[in-house]
Design a protein around this ligand. Structure first.
Ligand SMILES: [Fe+2]
Ligand SMILES: [Fe+2]
Length: 227
């Protein structure tokens, strides 16, 4: 079996797992493409590990979403599911361990931090997907899902006090319907570049953030009737 047909097999397995969420699979493929792009700017990347980890990184996302206990972490469960799949496909032990590390370490607020180049590229590509035009599209789609307003004028200080656990910028939001895309931008997206590992991803993140900043500024002025 060639590597290309192996990737296709993995992609099909992931698509089946995420079949009730078309957005999730589309995200996986965007992250996969971004990983390949970022890898061009790094030396000695194991593309086999990177491609496989990118395809598998969110395999447990629907399972986490459907879990009522709150105990499922899709990065940990995803690594376990990947282990079984990769063993069946005959991946060598060392590669399986490396791919599992990439999956475990891809979460923004996860305890495990990416240690290898491939894990860092995957982490960065995954975060870039919430920024830029795609980021705007995604946060408004979520706003629709949770009945959020298009825009809110509340100060960050006031909002943290009102709706965020411990009033911390990265704290858990109490009532998701009170959240808005611009608050997500102010509280989370703006801080992404400083959390990224690769030079190229930081550059892309800054450019994508500038676009978002302009978008939200224009939105604010249109709402006020100034433009
Ligand atoms: Fe994820
Ligand atoms: Fe992801």
């Amino acid at each position: 079996m060639t590597m290309e047909s192996t990737y296709q097999k993995i992609e099909k397995t992931v698509a089946r797992e995420l079949s009730c969420s078309a957005h999730a699979m589309k995200h996986v493929m965007r992250v996969y493409n971004l990983c390949l792009h970022l890898a061009k700017y790094e030396l000695n990347v194991d593309l086999d590990v990177l491609k496989t980890a990118a395809l598998l990184h969110d395999i447990a996302r629907v399972k986490e979403f459907n879990d009522k206990t709150g105990n499922i972490d899709h990065s940990a469960l995803g690594a376990e599911m990947a282990d079984k799949i990769l063993r069946t496909l005959g991946y060598p032990e060392k590669k399986i361990a490396h791919i599992k590390h990439c999956i475990t370490a891809h979460r923004f607020r996860g305890k495990t931090k990416p240690q290898t180049k491939e894990a860092k590229i995957l982490f960065d590509a995954d975060k870039l997907d919430v920024l830029g035009a795609i980021g705007v599209a995604r946060c408004f789609m979520i706003a629709g899902q949770y009945g959020q307003k298009i825009y809110s004028d509340i100060s960050i200080k006031e909002y943290l006090k009102d709706n965020v656990v411990e009033e911390k910028a990265d704290g858990m939001v109490r009532d998701i319907s009170k959240h808005t895309p611009i608050l997500e931008f102010e509280l989370k997206f703006k801080h992404i570049p400083e959390r990224l590992y690769t030079q190229k991803a930081r550059e892309i993140a800054k450019e994508r953030l500038r676009f978002m900043e302009n978008f939200f500024e224009k939105l604010k002025r249109e709402i006020k009737g100034e433009l």
